[in-house]
Write a protein that binds this ligand. Structure first.
Ligand code: ADP
Ligand code: MN
Ligand code: MN
Length: 323
């Protein structure tokens, strides 16, 4: 870290693999600092081992999409570069959902959509057992761990402390973090971010989280229900608003949006399980502060509904709602 770096710059390209859940990265040397993402070179990788190759031609292109500071090197100007994946023929690969999302965001741009995402996750040891849990059993029942302080409540605090400074250094729009209901479960919140930047900030934050966890021999799992039984699962709630919702009498537009969402519940749930997997069904049971996967419901400040309007939003007749 203290060796002089010279003129050259390190850039880590980060992309989502073909599963839509896993992250990959590659490290590159640049001859000089590129000040904006459009100036960066297009890199490539072999899609064979990332579930992205298609038949004989497995060369994939990385198109830089968003740039952050690299918190894993001591000095600027090293970069983290979040990338979209394109095929040999320069067409986006089918699993490049950022590309399709960007088209929709462009269409909705005049509504200035804002997102804030709350990602819950479990910290596991390298043995697959939750970090800090007794190796042959369970900690005391959940209850005191949420926002808990003390060695018997706040599991893995060092990891979170290091992550926090890394997020801020990188320039991720990081809002807050807290210990969650299940011991060794955590949450981080990103936002509010306008349109496509939401996904960029969330994924780069995930990358930083995983990378920091490596140093502590902790594995972050985004499984919606890592431990079966009487332990809370992990969700990723999306807070959403449009410009009209944030203005006077915005609640009217929130109600209209909820009405539309209610008619497409199954379709939307299906979008969360593109492989037909039922991971979210293990979490969305109607118990443990989660709604039931089969029914659409909405309420004010109610964590057991599909959509919740924060209490303050209901009072002020404007603001946002939460999925
Ligand atoms: P909590 O869920 O911790 O009680 P809040 O309800 O205050 O916190 O905020 C939850 C998330 O909502 C935050 O991460 C924030 O980024 C996001 N958020 C706040 N205001 C808006 C808004 N107008 N539109 C979309 N998201 C928002
Ligand atoms: Mn939470
Ligand atoms: Mn919330």
């Amino acid at each position: 870290m203290s060796l002089p770096q010279g003129e050259q710059v390190r850039a880590m390209s980060i992309w989502i693999n073909g599963t839509g859940e896993g992250l990959c990265f590659k490290t590159h040397t640049l001859d000089y600092e590129h000040k904006c993402v459009e100036e960066l070179p297009k890199w490539n990788f072999d899609g064979c081992s990332t579930f992205q190759s298609e038949g004989s031609n497995s060369d994939m292109y990385l198109m830089p999409a968003a740039m952050f500071w690299d918190p894993f090197c001591k000095d600027p100007p090293n970069k983290l570069v979040f990338c979209e994946v394109f095929k040999y023929n320069r067409k986006p690969i089918e699993t490049n959902l950022r590309y399709t999302c960007r088209q929709i965001m462009d269409m909705a741009g005049n509504q200035h959509p804002w997102f804030g995402m709350e990602q819950e996750y479990g910290c596991m040891g390298t043995d697959g057992h939750p970090f800090g849990w007794p190796s042959n059993g369970f900690p005391g029942p959940q209850g005191p761990y949420y926002c808990g302080v003390g060695a018997d409540r706040a599991y893995g605090r060092d990891t979170v402390e290091v992550q926090y400074w890394a997020y801020l250094y990188a320039g991720v729009k990081f809002a807050r973090t807290n210990a969650e209901v299940m011991p060794a479960q955590r949450e981080f919140q990103i936002g509010p971010c306008e349109d496509i930047s939401m996904g960029d900030h969330l994924w780069v934050d995930c990358f930083i989280s995983h990378h920091v966890c490596e140093d502590f021999e902790v594995i972050a799992t985004f499984d919606p229900k890592p431990i079966p039984g009487n332990w809370n699962g992990a969700g990723c709630h999306t807070n959403f608003s449009t410009k009209a919702m944030r203005e006077e009498n915005g609640l009217k537009y929130i109600d209209e949006a909820i009405e539309k969402l209610s008619k497409r519940h199954q379709y939307h749930i299906y979008a969360y399980v593109p492989e037909g997997g039922l991971d979210n069904a293990r979490h969305l049971t109607g118990f443990h502060e989660a709604s039931n996967i089969n029914n659409f419901s909405a309420g004010v400040a109610n964590h057991g509904t599909s959509i919740s309007i924060p209490w303050a939003a209901g009072q002020e007749r404007r603001a946002y709602f939460e999925d």
